[in-house]
Design a protein around this ligand. Structure first.
Ligand code: PNS
Length: 175
């Protein structure tokens, strides 16, 4: 990635950031963001929310397994799950930065609300928005699941392990 080494050399290696989300499942868009984030900070903690209202396709443990596999190339990235308020969790991990991805303008409103709520709750933690590569800008876990459920091809949209798991899960559900 162009500029990756330069940014790493000028940002402090003690910086810890949280990249929170549902990751149901991780997509190549998330992975691109992880690659970018990992070049900016000393440690990036990809964190899956446990107590979520949404009905997930994969359990938290399954999502963690897929994430662990996907982040293996990045030595400074770890995977974890959290409960409760994101800012409390971030503070408990020594993180001063929350990383979120922004795709189209439609992402902006919710992200803006969450960032300002998190700032109100804990002003010392900063939310930083990163943009995935344009080739990933249309990918979402939601759409990937919909396409996979309807028999479409999701290769190139998710890591290979996720593609396999999606096929298996959907076949089992339809059996
Ligand atoms: O991948 P998602 O579903 O867009 O991730 C949303 C997530 C997990 C980042 C968000 O729901 C969250 O941070 N939840 C933790 C609860 C919390 O802190 N809420 C108040 C501040 S927005």
């Amino acid at each position: 990635m162009a500029g990756g080494n330069l940014i790493k050399s000028v940002l402090p290696s003690s910086l810890v950031a949280i990249y929170p989300g549902s990751f149901d499942p991780i997509t190549n868009g998330h992975l691109d963001l992880i690659a970018r984030g990992s070049r900016m900070v000393g440690r990036l903690i990809v964190s899956v929310l446990r107590n979520q209202a949404k009905q997930p396709l994969f359990s938290v443990e399954e999502r963690l397994e897929m994430l662990v596999e996907a982040v293996k190339p990045y030595g400074n990235v770890e995977v974890a799950a959290f409960d409760g308020l994101l800012v409390d969790y971030a503070a408990s991990r020594g993180a001063v930065m929350i990383v979120r991805g922004i795709r189209a303008v439609s992402d902006y409103e919710l992200e803006w609300q969450m960032a300002l709520m998190n700032r109100r709750l804990m002003p010392e933690i900063e939310t930083v928005f990163l943009m995935a590569g344009e080739e990933y800008s249309f990918i979402s876990s939601h759409l990937v699941k919909e396409v996979a459920e309807l028999g479409g091809n999701v290769s190139g949209l998710v890591p290979p392990l996720v593609e396999q798991r999606l096929k298996k899960r959907i076949a089992a559900r339809n059996a």
